[in-house]
Design a protein around this ligand. Structure first.
Ligand code: SF4
Length: 494
């Protein structure tokens, strides 16, 4: 019985190189890598050796015969990738070149090893640290503005996605590595400057992610009761800088249907008793348990075939115990898209109930999630607090909590260039334009796309660029010692 990759796939491709028959795709050498929702096992060539299960950091790969409940659908999902998208599984010219055992990379002889500061301790920063520590003799200083490391893995991944959060275990050892120093509670631009870092390190890598949220730019967006999804996600993950959120009874409206929006909808409607065994923040759990009934309305600008959630996130909503998932049957294009099923995402909605909803009536008792496609928000109605959301087709939705989940955006780092149009630091394969010794990785390098594992190939590219610069003499030794840097950081730590 072959194996299948399931919902917690992080796409970092750790499994690819251990498969003896090359049946996990797309590989990092294939064009589709980084653009698919997950990786897939070809059931026709898998020999069931089990090697990939040990290599997977997210515990996502299982024999098909052991899959139960909604996970059973992943047998078909894995197989469908090879039926529908066979052309993208190009023959890999360098079969298994990805993650061949890499010998340590020799750097130019110097009296001291390369010293690299990495700003940000989320997955992008830690993949870069992993590459440096495993393949060179570099010393790494990990810096984070928060008192706890982890970034997106700690404060961004849903608390009930325990397998995905397990990826953090992969990185824990690098905080204790003999060539690593971790400095917490230091923000670059507030407590120390970019020049401070360069004065004590050969190179600095910024892995600061996309620190702010895109806006809708609609009237009423800043009213109390209107919040970005990041604040809600940080709140249920116990972020130290987020104020408590008052959850109203009744309806919550979310603009957006990306994976973050579906995470928020799922946490809002999951039975609090089931959340007790997750890593949810205790104050969030108490607030969620306050009201029995809740209706969450997800507004999607486009149709079912174009929705931005992943199939695995949708499957979770469809199998959420005690929660009804319904589609608002307000536009004939929706049924047409689902029945003609242009893609797997639209086809996955075939068994979901359609309902003509009377939005003027009080939401039904119980917990339910409503998907309303082809709907954008025109304005939030006050006067002093959100009382309703008005859509562009004139529908008023009463609510006192509106969550916008329309994407993230990078913010400038003082002392570095910044592209306002794209929200990233301009760079060439990770090397920051016009700033010798400065590099970027992750979302601040390429924009807020791709999941946790995508950062692995991204980090490898940045580290390769940095090491090329080191071998060509672009990274001179810093004028000041590492010990002095640690003293400076201790003095300015918050
Ligand atoms: Fe490859 Fe073995 Fe995993 Fe099948 S079980 S995908 S053959 S590593």
């Amino acid at each position: 019985m072959p194996y299948a990759i399931t919902q917690s796939c992080c796409s970092d491709a750790s499994c690819v190189s251990v498969c003896p028959v090359n049946c996990i795709h797309p590989t990092p050498q294939e064009r589709a890598f980084g653009s698919t929702e997950m990786l897939y096992v070809d059931p026709n060539t898998c020999i069931s050796c089990g090697a990939c299960t040990d290599a997977c950091p997210a515990d996502a790969i299982h024999p098909i015969e052991t899959l139960t409940g909604p996970l059973q659908q992943y047998a078909a999902i894995n197989a469908a990738y090879f039926e529908d998208l066979a052309p993208v599984t190009d023959p890999a010219p360098n079969f298994h070149a990805w993650e061949q055992p890499e010998p340590p990379r020799p750097l130019p002889s110097a009296r001291m090893p390369l010293r690299v500061a990495i700003v940000g301790t989320g997955p992008a920063g830690l993949y870069a640290a992993e590459d440096l520590l495993l393949h060179t003799d570099a010393e790494v200083t990990l810096i984070d503005r928060l008192p706890s490391p982890g970034g997106l893995l700690r404060y961004g991944v849903a608390p009930d996605h325990l397998a995905t959060r397990k990826v953090a275990d992969r990185f824990a050892r690098f905080h204790d590595h003999p060539r690593t120093r971790t400095v917490l509670g230091i923000e670059i631009g507030r407590d120390l400057t970019h020049d401070d870092l360069l004065a004590h390190h050969n190179a600095v890598i910024y892995a600061v992610g996309s620190a702010t949220d895109r806006r809708l730019d609609i009237p009423g967006e800043d009213l109390p009761g209107s919040i970005p999804a990041r604040r809600f996600v940080n709140w249920y993950n116990g972020h130290p800088e987020v104020d408590p959120i008052d959850l109203p009874p009744g309806r919550v409206v979310i603009a957006g249907t990306g994976n973050v929006a579906l995470d928020v909808a799922r946490i809002l409607t999951t039975d609090p008793a089931a959340l007790r065994s997750t890593e949810i923040a205790p104050n969030a759990l108490s607030a969620l348990a306050t009201h029995e009934d809740r209706e969450v309305v997800l507004l999607a600008r486009r149709g079912p075939a174009e929705a931005s959630y992943s199939l695995s996130e949708l499957l979770e909503l469809q199998h959420l115990a005690g929660v009804d998932l319904v589609i608002d049957d307000h536009d004939t294009r929706i049924r047409a898209a689902v029945t003609t099923a242009a893609n797997l995402k639209a086809a996955a909605l075939r068994d979901t109930a359609f309902e003509t909803i009377d939005w003027a009536a009080t939401p039904k008792p119980g917990r339910r999630i409503v998907l309303r496609f082809y709907t954008s928000v025109a304005e939030l109605i006050g006067p002093d607090q959100v009382s309703a959301v008005r859509t562009t087709d004139g529908l008023p939705l009463t609510t006192s909590l509106f969550i916008r989940s329309v994407g993230y955006r990078g913010t400038p780092v003082p002392g570095l260039p910044f592209d306002e149009a794209t929200g990233v630091i301009p760079n060439d394969e990770g090397r920051v334009t016009d700033r010798p010794g400065t590099y970027v990785v992750g979302w601040i390098k390429r924009g807020p796309t791709g999941g946790i594992g995508t950062n692995r190939t991204c980090a490898k590219q940045t580290v390769d660029t940095l090491l090329t610069d080191a071998t060509t003499g672009v990274l001179p030794p810093p004028p000041s010692s590492h010990r002095r840097f640690l003293r400076l950081a201790t003095k300015h730590r918050r």
